[in-house]
Design a protein around this ligand. Structure first.
Ligand code: CAA
Length: 387
């Protein structure tokens, strides 16, 4: 029995900042952001979008196509949690009208949270092949105005259905994990924005990639040339590009070109959306599937990284006809529908979203009909509504 990804839903908020505008506002050369960092735009979440509403909106992309009754597990990975106690997944479960029997919880380990959820879901479905699992990554990357990390922000969510005999990607057995207790990126309880040592973080990320990729190959008797594509957690495109350069540096031309081309395809959406933390690797996967060149059974290697730090490499095989299970037009429209905001509008939206609205004040959303949004708190209980 094969177990893997059968559905992918993606959501990003309806506003973006152009990196050229941001570069001008910050007195930087635009090419530093466009080429040096590798970002063209970043999605901006206003006060009405959070990890919960984005996770619902991503899953709404496919929920009516699946058998809700079969969903036995719902996991959300996020580091933009909305409550210190209650799982974000319970709000999501309610909006999606999943059965009360579903096992549901939230996972936190920086950007690794969604990968942890996928591994749990993979093993769950192996034990319960008649059940499926929904795994969501949903995050708003906030580093702060006028900080070095500002250019690497973003917002969005990816949701996936994991089931037996999947239509998109069969997850292979085996994985290679590596962890260390370090301080490259974190968000203390008294801060709405992340603290980061960006250069150190890049060093550790590259080190973890080398370790996990090498170990994976040794444990699974495979080599770099066997992979049709290698994809990465992309806090910003340049970081994954550096890892991919390490992977291809000693390869023959054909392998190096294939992996370089498919890396470019996998980074296309991140370049437009920015960092979405837990879901970033899976946005790379979606981008690869929709823009890359993959034959049936092509082997795709996935490198997941969560600061703090946890790295893991695993792999999947593309299913024949996987294109039919994707919504290419819908994903293009999701990205294209966003409205550009000026840097000063973005600064205002950013600052406002750092604070909770006053209790019992109802927020309005400017999203399109059908999308869910955070409507404020009522007697300190978060309210989610569908427009
Ligand atoms: N044209 C082209 N390239 C240019 C340029 C120009 N005019 N000017 C500069 N560059 C290049 C530089 O050469 C450099 O390239 P290399 O990295 O290849 O050397 C690149 O642009 C960046 O330049 P700087 O290093 O000078 O930029 P900076 O000091 O502003 O820092 C950064 C960049 C470290 C990425 C910073 O933006 C940052 O800290 N971002 C946050 C990083 C981050 O998120 N880390 C955590 C990763 S894991 C994660 O996602 C967290 C998690 O688990 C939740």
């Amino acid at each position: 029995m094969q177990v893997g990804i059968d559905q992918i839903g993606f959501y990003t908020p309806n506003k973006y900042v152009d990196m050229v505008d941001l570069a001008h506002a910050r007195n930087q050369d635009p090419n530093k952001f466009l080429i040096g960092i590798g970002q063209s735009k970043m999605s901006v979440a206003d006060q009405t979008q959070d990890a919960v509403s984005m996770g619902i909106n991503a899953t709404m992309r496919y929920i009516d196509e699946i058998d809700r009754e079969k969903v036995g597990l719902l996991v959300i990975g996020t580091e933009s949690g909305v409550d210190q106690s209650k799982s974000a997944s319970l709000f999501v479960k309610s909006a999606l009208e999943l059965a009360p029997e579903v096992r549901t919880f939230e996972i936190k380990e920086a950007c690794f949270g969604m990968s942890a959820g996928i591994m749990i879901a993979r093993d769950y479905v192996r034990l319960h092949p008649h059940h499926s699992a929904i795994v969501i990554g949903s995050d708003i990357a906030r580093y702060g105005l006028n900080t070095g990390g500002e250019v690497t922000q973003g917002a969005g969510s990816v949701s996936m259905l994991i089931k037996a005999e999947p239509r998109i990607l069969a997850l292979k057995n085996g994985h290679s994990a590596y962890s260390a207790d370090i301080n490259d990126f974190w968000r203390p309880n008294d801060s709405a924005v992340a603290l980061v040592n960006g250069k150190y973080s890049t060093e550790v990320y590259l080190d973890f990639f080398k370790r996990t990729f090498t170990n994976y190959q040794a444990q699974n008797d495979c080599q770099t040339a066997d992979f049709a594509a290698l994809i990465y957690h992309l806090p910003f495109v340049k970081m994954g590009f550096k890892a991919n350069q390490l992977a291809i540096e000693k390869q023959e031309q054909e392998t190096a070109e294939r992996l370089a081309n498919n890396f470019t395809a996998s980074a296309q959406y991140s370049r437009e959306i920015g960092n979405i933390y837990t879901a970033s690797l899976y946005l790379s996967l979606l981008s690869l599937l929709e823009n890359g060149n993959l034959a049936p059974e092509a082997l795709v290697g996935l490198f997941s990284y969560g600061s703090g730090a946890m790295g893991e490499f695993y792999a999947g095989q593309v299913m024949e006809g996987y294109q039919n299970a994707l919504d290419f037009d819908g994903d293009q429209e999701m990205i294209a529908r966003r409205q550009k905001v000026s840097v000063s509008e973005y600064e205002q939206i950013f600052t406002q979203a750092l604070e909770l609205p006053q209790d019992n004040f109802e927020l309005e959303s400017d999203e399109e009909t059908g999308y869910w949004y955070f409507a404020g708190t009522k007697d300190h209980v978060r309210q989610y509504k569908q427009k």
